[in-house]
Design a protein around this ligand. Structure first.
Ligand code: SF4
Length: 516
């Protein structure tokens, strides 16, 4: 087979940026799968050029002109950037392939702009593409392995891509690792809930941790598992067996139910510096936070006590909330979150507006059936740019009033100061401050205010939000234009628009080919 010139682009930023938080963090948010694809392509004998796009590179010049195939990994918020790049590289004669969350959530839409659209991808899937390697236009081929791969290349093999990416990070250099895929929990809104839980090879993990000690004085590993530590003792045994306690720092996403005090003691001994548990709601999902049937203020008290306990052992904790769930009604959910912040000043709150990402979760079918999904352009589907599910119990105006109030409260000078004092460790303290004053805190409050004002004053807003008109307000078009910069001219005709009910219409993935 001909040796192919392959370009791989991992899109971390949805467009060019100058934000301070992005400068500090984006390189540490690189995905693992594009690196894996890079290793597999090389193993198949091809030549690979790899770019992690953090928002500071010139994407038009980073890849060579003459690539045969371009693989792009993207979250949905970066879909327009991905579509523009595909158009650009197709114009230069390349075959284009998209994978990652956007391809899994919106395969029908992505197939309009790519030759291949990937679901679960293993080496067999990749081999099939490279052997076929032909144009599929105007509609691309959707391919998916029957399940997630059983094994992935470790850090040692991916280092050739990790190293240049982390060189872009001025301060925090987080090495992405994966110790398991899927999750045994079944949160209805989550993309991982339907993926069977599967641990990765412990021998590879041990080797990788030891390898990192040869690269950094004190490595920092970000576990990308949807829920780290489901088999808690097995994982901690593996880490303790691999490296001396405290020689590597770790951060992980872990549900509260896994963070008991004995577990916390062990995590501290092994230098876990940050955890990101999901609280989601004061009126639902009690299993996940180990609060069972407790609701409202009783749940706030219990979770706050638990999070304060975590803070005694782990310096950085981000608590995740979903705003606008159907279980929420009136001002109470927002007021309870404010009480939680008062009682738990060291926790950094991360808010997501209820969003339905295409095929991400079966629950999205219910939203589509009841015609509650709005067609906001993908660029805004990052849990904050737009809420694409019409709230069940709020008008848009009152919903935005509540989230503006909560955002301002969460990032007021007083709350930032209290958080600073309640957080241990220089890095954790300043990271919280930077997040609060950058795009995530102040920036978001301003953005929500702009939307709220337009709901009253912009004649295009209310009809669009109320699904009486499909005319996208100019406000959103302007933002896409501004954010995409030079890439805007490559965004294909119609690329800004998608069918928000494609999942329902497709009838359960019947057009995805499973390669067994
Ligand atoms: S616990 Fe977390 S990862 Fe697991 S299904 Fe629920 S939201 Fe998803």
């Amino acid at each position: 087979m001909k040796r192919l010139r392959i370009g791989i682009i991992d899109i971390v930023s949805r467009g060019p940026t100058r934000a301070l938080y992005a400068r500090i963090m984006n390189a540490s948010l690189a995905s693992i799968m594009p690196q894996v694809m890079g290793v597999w392509c090389q193993e198949e004998g091809h030549e690979v050029t790899f770019v992690c796009y953090t928002g500071f590179e010139d994407l038009l010049t980073e890849l060579p002109d003459n690539v045969d195939v371009v693989f792009i990994g993207a979250f949905t918020e970066a879909a327009h950037t991905a579509y523009a790049l595909s158009n650009l590289f197709r114009g230069r004669g390349a075959i284009t392939v998209i994978g990652g969350p956007h391809a899994r959530c919106y395969p029908e839409d992505a197939a309009r702009y790519f030759d291949y659209v990937l679901g679960f991808t293993d080496k067999g899937t990749l081999r099939d593409i490279l052997q076929d390697c032909s144009q599929h236009r105007p509609v691309g081929v959707q391919l998916a392995a029957a399940q997630q791969p059983k094994a992935l290349p470790g850090v040692r093999e991916r280092w050739q891509f990790i190293d240049p990416t982390l060189r872009k990070a001025p301060l925090l250099k987080m090495v992405p690792m994966l110790s398991s895929l899927g999750c045994p929990y079944t949160c209805a809104f989550c993309i991982d809930a339907t993926v069977p839980y599967q641990p990765m090879d412990f021998e590879v993990l041990r080797e990788d941790l030891r390898f990192l000690l040869t690269k950094f004085k004190r490595p920092l590993v970000a576990w990308h598992d949807p829920n780290f530590g489901v088999r808690f003792d097995d994982y901690l045994d593996m880490i303790e067996d691999a490296v001396p306690p405290g020689s590597i720092d770790f951060v992980a996403e872990s549900s509260l139910s896994l963070l008991s005090e004995p577990h916390l003691k062990r995590l501290k001994r092994n230098s876990f510096k940050g955890v990101l548990p999901g609280i989601e709601s004061w009126f639902a999902l009690g299993d996940k936070s180990k609060t069972g049937a407790l609701l409202g203020m009783a749940k706030v008290r219990q979770v706050s006590e638990h999070v304060n306990l975590i803070l005694k052992y782990i310096p950085y904790i981000q608590t995740n909330f979903v705003l606008g769930l159907d279980s929420d009604e009136g001002p109470e959910p927002f007021e309870l979150t404010k009480r939680f912040l008062d009682m738990t000043p060291g926790a950094f709150p991360a808010y997501s507006l209820l969003s339905a990402f295409g095929r991400a979760a079966p629950l999205n079918l219910d939203y589509q059936r009841s015609n509650r999904v709005l067609p906001f352009p993908f660029h805004f589907l990052n849990n904050n740019g737009a809420m694409n599910v019409k709230p069940a119990n709020y008008s848009w105006q009152s919903f935005y009033d509540h989230i503006i109030d909560l955002t301002r409260y969460s990032f007021s000078t007083r709350t930032i100061f209290r958080r600073f004092l309640a957080t241990q460790g220089v890095t954790a303290r300043w990271l919280n401050v930077v997040r609060a004053v950058s795009t995530e805190g102040f920036g978001r409050a301003r953005y929500y205010r702009a939307i709220r004002d337009r709901l009253d004053t912009d004649p295009q807003f209310s009809p669009y939000f109320e699904q009486e008109s499909s005319v996208l307000p100019e406000f959103y078009k302007d933002i896409v234009r501004q954010d995409l910069g030079a890439l805007m001219e490559w965004l294909p005709e119609g690329g800004l628009y998608h069918d928000p009910n494609a999942y329902l219409k497709a009838g359960h993935s019947k057009d995805v080919i499973a390669l067994v």
